[in-house]
Ligand binder design. Structure first.
Ligand SMILES: [Zn+2]
Length: 253
């Protein structure tokens, strides 16, 4: 058996702006809120992009679809606030039916060219089965596909969407990509010190938890890695990629 390399600490020295692209409200909080908290604290401007409107995440028959959409946006904004994330963009695709369409790729590409992040975080498009008891939500896979296809080959290639230049959105190449949901991550971030805030951010999605205390208990007791002394430490892990930036693309803005 090939021994997996131990994941490295992140290198965020060249990151001023980070964009988190996820399928549903609450996905950023489960997958990378601790990382977002740490980046925000370091002065990195973090933006969440939520691709669907979350209109299938309902546990209460008295709540209408439109009420739920509004509620989930408010919850995601509140969670982002807790993490120091100032901007949340909602792309309003239908929950449960997210597809990597050319139209959505263009919309995501426009946001990448507008925000000009050095780092993008997105889910794995390859993760179908999780452990032995969970089929990954197709929206998560498709969110990963849309994000990757917007990053490459589209975002940094002026031949893609030349009309965007008229809007002032010029091609942009990111320098780092963190993808969640891989069994062989290459970067890990110890978020133990921010676990309480991460849990608060997850529980800010009130519509999603009939029993928030149970969820908190699960996160504290089951998530994270047990240490030799019996204590637990909590990590967010990513498959990381780094891209060389061409000189002519150094930003002047
Ligand atoms: Zn989700």
């Amino acid at each position: 058996m090939v021994e997996a390399k131990k994941p490295q600490a992140p290198d965020l020295r060249d990151v001023e702006r980070a964009l988190v692209i996820m399928a549903h409200p609450d996905d950023p909080d489960f997958s990378c809120a601790g990382t977002a908290i740490q980046m925000s604290r370091q002065g990195i401007e973090v933006t969440y992009m939520i691709l669907t409107n979350g209109d299938k995440g309902n546990h209460n028959p008295l709540v209408t679809r439109n009420q739920l959409i509004l509620m989930r946006k408010e919850e995601q904004r509140a969670a982002a606030d807790l993490c120091g994330v100032k901007q949340v963009i909602f792309m309003d695709e239908e929950d449960g039916f997210l597809r990597p369409t050319f139209e959505l790729r263009k919309r995501v590409c426009r946001e990448i060219r507008r925000i000009r992040p050095q780092l993008i975080i997105c889910p794995s498009p390859e993760r179908y089965l999780v452990g032995d008891g969970y089929i990954n939500h197709p929206d998560h896979r498709n969110a990963g596909l849309v994000a990757l296809e917007a990053i490459f080959p589209a975002a940094d290639n002026p031949m893609f969407y030349p009309d965007m230049a008229d809007e002032g959105y010029l091609p942009h190449k990111i320098s780092q990509l963190y993808v969640t949901g891989y069994d062989d991550p290459t970067v890990e971030i110890d978020v133990s010190a921010d676990l309480d805030t991460k849990i608060q951010a997850i529980l800010a999605h009130k519509s999603q938890f009939d029993q928030p205390a149970e969820m908190e208990k699960w996160l504290r007791e089951r998530w994270g890695d047990e240490q030799a002394d019996g204590s637990r430490r909590y990590f967010e892990r990513f498959k990381a990629m780094r891209f060389d930036r061409r000189d002519e693309e150094e930003e002047s803005d």
